[in-house]
Design a protein. Structure first.
Length: 580
């Protein structure tokens, strides 16, 4: 009877129960980009829940498809998927691929004050387009509305094209020009990109000859305000760059024979390709079958799929290079390897950039709420679950400082109109941006990335350049942590045998290119006994292509030791004469 009375007495008092924190995942679920988002989010949720949840609350992943039976995500499908997530009552949203779909979805999330972590779309306008004039508002232009939008991956389109250009300049000056032009004439290149919004900035600059050759250029007006001077690549000092061919193609194209025939006719030596969709597979297979003597170095999103891309193309992708978040089990840090292994063991394939991004975003949500010590958020009226939840969380994420799976991570700081020099949350070690910019009109919401060259000293997230070599996706750039110390996971860039049939000239950078010398011999010695996947493995040292660095590789270098190659090589020949 006493127990019954106690039960009745306390029946009107609410009992605290563990809630469910719902994280929506927005993406094309039939494509690897969307699948990668869900996989990364699910792995993060499983780890968080196994450790007791977020302040005791279980994390639940709620996917929403932006394809919805269409051949490509659109504004309509993005909007419908966003509405679906709102109806499901999600607390956060992660994902977003194809700018056209993300723009409309973003409006839904902003109207509902839902924090949206972009983990798949690079277009500047989604966060901050600097001085560019366009019809879309962003975080800097309308902070009050768009402050709920953040980006965790990839780095924005401007930084992507700068990353491509940084690698291209390095490989042009160090390898391509000494071998093919002798710095005496322009190096011919070709540029082929998808005709989509996210490629607009990249294609414009990469196909602009003056930008390649001059140290400074004046940006066209419109879309930029008049008189803006922008740094160029200054390649005229190395003999110059000739954009011999450029084209924009459909994102769903299947036949590239006309474009690749034009590349052959142009005598280009580098083919910069910018492709995000399924067409990348046909593109690279046709490149191989048509014996195009231009090494493909750009962006191929499906090319990142390990090992599927190699298997599906039957190895046709050998020597293809592109920007990627990570290579094949690249040991950037312990988190990188742990997440890579977890994805392989759970799903049977490697993570791609959307996987890394969604995983880091969900883990970041956990860390921010745990550090704050409260969930759900409460607004000024003391009521939980209102639009004020998002307002309370935004400053927490703006101050993010963490190490993620692909490097140190923080969001960018506000930058003045026309400046592309991003900075961190702190203006000085003791002064926050909010002190000098109380309205926070700017952006604290994009991926901070400050290194583009061959060194990676600071360790903040950056785009790596990878290349398919002997069935593995290897990182070939950046090269150094602090010159002259080589990064332990960086491999030697390789030219296709069709373009440079001298396997014993392993080290193809000045002053070693064009001769077989002690540096080539030492490379074999340093990798002796290794096979693909070993830490010391270098595909470039495998001179007989049998997937092992052994006695015959050493003998090949010894046989050719002291020989020189007549350079520069003519375009029409597969090689010049080798002589002592």
């Amino acid at each position: 009877m006493t127990l019954l009375l106690i039960s009745i007495a306390f029946s009107g008092i609410p009992i605290a129960r563990a809630a469910v924190i719902k994280v929506g995942v927005l993406g094309p679920m039939a494509w690897i980009q969307g699948q990668g988002m869900v996989e990364g989010a699910e792995i993060a949720a499983a780890e968080i829940n196994a450790a007791g949840g977020i302040l005791g609350n279980t994390v639940e992943i709620v996917p929403a498809d932006t394809l919805r039976g269409q051949s490509d995500p659109t504004g309509e499908t993005g909007y419908a998927a966003a509405q679906e997530l709102m109806a499901a009552g999600v607390d956060f949203v992660v994902g977003g691929f194809r700018t056209e779909a993300v723009l409309t979805a973003r409006e839904v999330f902003m109207d509902n004050h839902k924090i949206f972590f972009i983990a798949g779309a690079s277009t500047d306008e989604l966060i901050d387009d600097g001085a560019k004039d366009n019809p879309y508002d962003d975080v800097r232009e309308d902070y009050n509305k768009y402050r709920f939008t953040f980006r965790v991956t990839p780095i924005n389109s401007t930084m992507l094209f700068k990353s491509i250009a940084g690698f291209e300049k390095y490989i042009m000056a160090s390898t391509m020009m000494p071998i093919y032009t002798g710095y005496a004439s322009p190096l011919k290149i070709a540029v082929i990109s998808e005709a989509l919004t996210w490629t607009d900035t990249m294609h414009f600059f990469l196909s602009w000859e003056d930008w390649w050759n001059l140290p400074f250029v004046t940006l066209p007006s419109p879309p930029y305000p008049p008189g803006i001077v922008y740094p160029g690549m200054g390649m005229a000092a190395y003999g110059g760059v000739d954009v011999a061919y450029q084209a924009r193609v459909s994102a769903t194209a299947t036949d590239f024979s006309a474009e690749l025939s034009a590349v052959i006719a142009s005598e280009a030596r580098i083919l910069i390709h910018i492709i995000s969709g399924v067409s990348g597979r046909n593109f690279i297979s046709q490149w191989k079958s048509m014996n195009v003597k231009a090494v493909p170095l750009g962006i191929d999103v499906l090319g990142q799929e390990i090992p599927t891309h190699w298997d599906v193309t039957g190895g046709d992708c050998e020597y293809e290079g592109f920007l990627a978040t990570c290579g094949q089990r690249t040991p950037i840090n312990s988190k990188t390897v742990a997440f890579y292994d977890a994805t392989m063991s759970t799903y049977g394939h490697a993570p791609i950039y959307t996987s890394y991004g969604t995983y880091d975003a969900v883990i970041g949500i956990d860390e921010a709420i745990e550090a704050y010590g409260k969930w759900p958020m409460t607004g000024p009226d003391g009521v939980s679950g209102t639009l004020d939840d998002g307002n309370e969380m935004v400053p927490l994420f703006e101050k993010t400082q963490r190490t993620g799976t692909v490097g140190k991570f923080k969001y960018t700081g506000p930058h003045p109109m026309g400046s592309l020099a991003y900075s961190g949350y702190w203006a000085t070690p003791t002064q926050k941006y909010s002190d000098i910019n109380p309205a926070m009109t700017g952006t604290l919401h994009d991926v901070y990335s400050n290194e583009l060259g061959p060194e990676w000293k600071d360790g903040y997230v950056r785009a790596l350049f990878t290349q398919w070599q002997a069935g593995r996706l290897e990182v070939v750039y950046p090269v150094y942590s602090t010159i002259p110390n080589r990064l332990p996971f960086s491999k030697i860039f390789m030219l296709p045998r069709l373009m440079f049939p001298y396997p014993t000239d392993i080290v193809q950078v000045p002053p070693n290119y064009g001769r077989i010398d002690i540096y080539d011999a030492l490379t074999v010695v340093g990798t002796f006994g290794s096979k693909p996947g070993d830490p010391t493995w270098m595909a470039a040292a495998d001179t007989n292509d049998n997937l092992e660095i052994e006695l015959f590789d050493a003998l090949n270098v010894r046989t050719d030791f002291g020989k020189h190659i007549d350079l520069p090589l003519p375009y029409c020949s597969e090689g010049g004469r080798m002589h002592y």
